[in-house]
Design a protein around this ligand. Structure first.
Ligand SMILES: NC(=O)C1=CN([C@@H]2O[C@H](COP(=O)(O)OP(=O)(O)OC[C@H]3O[C@@H](n4cnc5c(N)ncnc54)[C@H](OP(=O)(O)O)[C@@H]3O)[C@@H](O)[C@H]2O)[C@@H](O)CC1
Ligand SMILES: [K+]
Length: 539
């Protein structure tokens, strides 16, 4: 499990752990862990770590290398961690400059002790200021300004200091949380706030959701968790976690020689109003390459005769097609016509697995009766044979998957986009509970929420996905997994993970992040699914 804890949980764990330890022990452990992480970063050969995906794991003798480290120590216990780290690095012979915020009378005893240790070391001390940041030739900056105690936006002189750090070319190691970032939500604490952009974050006791969603990934960089040897019995069951293979791989099945196209389900993508024909085609191509047995594209009017680039797809008029015979993915390029609204009503009334995306989400937002129908879906009528075979509904708590981006989620919730982004986990959970569906709130650190409250943040993916059509590919991929018998919750987890991992593969090989196209994702997704099968993770 990769649990994510909100600040209130971390405070409770910290409190319980501290009660069993000598005063200041947790801060000393945090400082030691931070200093060790700093030494590993300094030892890595590259002048800037770039997009590497792990912390380096060795530290050579740094005192021979004349490295200069800048440590920012704020007024609270995050500053205390920084002071402990500064003392360790100085004791290791490294040139350390501490920019130090004078604590008020409320300084904790452990921070006072850390201050004395740093003051007794060879570290030099200066006042916190932007010019002090700009004048040095630093190989590493350690950010111990604010952690989970940030209470208001960073402003004034500290804002200028953070701006100066964000201009530096060297690695920046944030302690616990990049200063200025909300550890729970990944939002920059505002209004008009700023957050420090770290290349690496060492976070204490447990991992935190804000490091992985919203602005978190851009500000935290590579995240390492230092558990500080806390007794595992003190850790509560996390209600939030990071997505990973173990959560969904067992629901994806390897192929049997005796299988045939009927074994792997039908997908019908419903969309493609005039001028938007490409959207359902992309979605349908993704469904085909993700293993669906048969794939239909159902147009609201004037169906294309065929997809000449993918003649395996069957293009039809939606009217007249029996919606009970396929897993439905409705929305890509659907438009907002009366026909489109009728098709959505029919799709919701059908009993098979259902994915609602794009224009269908906007129609849903404008039609409370459809929202009520969606929420009560699956509770009444007998599912068709296809539905039973395809969705294995018995262990699925929801029959539909919704894939909104933040604007679509905002329309559904009657909120602004800013309000959705201010707490993406809460927004996804609220929608999932209200509509009794699995909700995939897209964006950096996609949030997947189930009606019962389960919630997962996805760690794969990169800015290459910020291009037209990638959402259509995701909906086709997810529909294909539903059609092959994966229940909605693991299907959503698998689709989001595979989609992001495909983009990561492409970016690593130079196909992106700039200029990757949605269509290029499709073969990479197919390769990812087959790679999982070869690794024997898919049974
Ligand atoms: N206790 C433990 O055992 C352990 C704790 N650990 C560490 O402690 C961290 C939490 O420490 P913390 O609670 O002291 O909060 P922290 O983030 O340092 O900031 C609070 C200070 O900042 C101030 N302040 C706030 N906002 C401000 C602003 N915008 N601009 C200016 N000032 C502002 C605020 O002042 P005030 O609001 O009172 O005016 C207060 O002085 C945690 O993230 C982890 O790193 C680890 O060592 C593990 C063991
Ligand atoms: K920090």
């Amino acid at each position: 499990m990769k649990p994510l804890y909100r600040s209130a949980d971390i405070r409770a764990i910290e409190h319980a752990a501290a009660a069993e330890l000598p005063e200041g022990e947790l801060m000393r452990r945090a400082g030691r862990a931070a200093a060790a992480a700093a030494q590993r970063l300094l030892s890595s050969a590259a002048p800037h770590p770039g997009p590497a995906d792990t912390f380096p794991d060795r530290a050579p003798a740094l005192q021979r290398l004349q490295v200069r480290v800048l440590v920012l120590a704020g007024p609270g216990n995050n500053g205390g961690d920084a002071l402990e780290a500064a003392a360790h690095l100085a004791d290791a012979g490294i040139s350390v400059t501490v920019l130090h915020s004078r604590p008020g009378n409320a300084q904790s005893p452990e921070r006072a002790a850390a201050w004395r240790r740093a003051a007794d070391s060879s570290a030099r001390f200066e006042e916190l200021s932007a010019p002090a940041v700009q004048t040095g030739d630093w190989q590493l900056v350690i950010d111990g300004l604010f952690g989970i105690g940030l209470a208001r936006p960073i402003g004034g002189a500290l804002r200028a200091l953070v701006e100066a750090v964000n201009q530096l070319p060297c690695p920046v190691l944030a302690l616990d949380v990049p200063s200025g970032l909300d550890a729970d939500t990944g939002a920059i604490v505002g209004p008009d706030g700023i957050a420090l952009r770290a290349s690496h974050t060492i976070t204490f006791i447990g991992d935190k959701p804000g490091l992985h969603t919203n602005e978190g990934r851009d500000h935290a960089g590579i995240v390492e968790v230092a558990h500080l040897d806390i007794d595992p019995a003190l850790l509560p069951t996390a209600e939030l976690q990071l997505n990973r293979l173990e959560l969904f791989a067992r629901h994806l099945h390897a192929r049997r020689h005796s299988g045939h196209k009927g074994t792997y389900g039908n997908v019908a993508v419903i969309g493609g109003a005039t001028g938007m024909r490409g959207a359902p085609i992309l979605s349908a191509r993704a469904a085909l390459h993700a293993g669906a047995g048969r794939v239909y594209v159902l147009f609201p009017e004037d169906p294309l005769p065929a997809d000449s680039g993918q003649p395996e797809l069957m293009c039809r008029l939606a009217e007249g097609y029996d919606f009970g015979q396929a897993t439905l993915a409705i929305g890509p390029g659907l438009g907002d016509s009366a026909t489109a609204a009728d098709l959505l009503a029919r799709a919701i009334a059908s009993q098979g697995p259902l994915l609602v995306d794009a224009d269908a989400l906007n129609l849903l937002a404008h039609t409370p009766a459809l929202q009520r129908a969606l929420a009560s879906r699956g509770a009444t009528a007998e599912p068709t044979q296809h539905a039973l075979q395809a969705a294995r509904l018995l262990d699925a708590s929801a029959t539909a998957v919704l894939t909104p981006h933040p604007l679509e989620a905002a329309r559904l919730l009657g909120l602004s986009v800013a309000a959705v982004q201010a707490d993406r986990v809460a927004a996804a959970r609220t929608l999932a509970a209200r509509l009794q569906a699995v909700v995939v709130l897209k964006g950096s650190g996609t949030v997947i929420a189930a009606p019962g409250g389960d919630c997962v943040i996805n760690p794969t993916g990169n800015p290459a996905l910020a291009t037209a059509g990638t959402g259509d590919v995701l909906s086709g991929l997810c529909a294909a997994l539903l059609a092959q018998g994966c229940p909605p919750w693991p299907a959503a987890l698998a689709a989001v993970w595979l989609h992001g991992a495909a983009a990561d593969e492409l970016a690593a090989s130079g196909v992106g992040p700039i200029g990757m196209t949605a269509g290029e994702l499709i073969p990479a997704i197919r390769a990812g699914i087959n790679r999982l099968a070869r690794l024997n993770l898919v049974r």
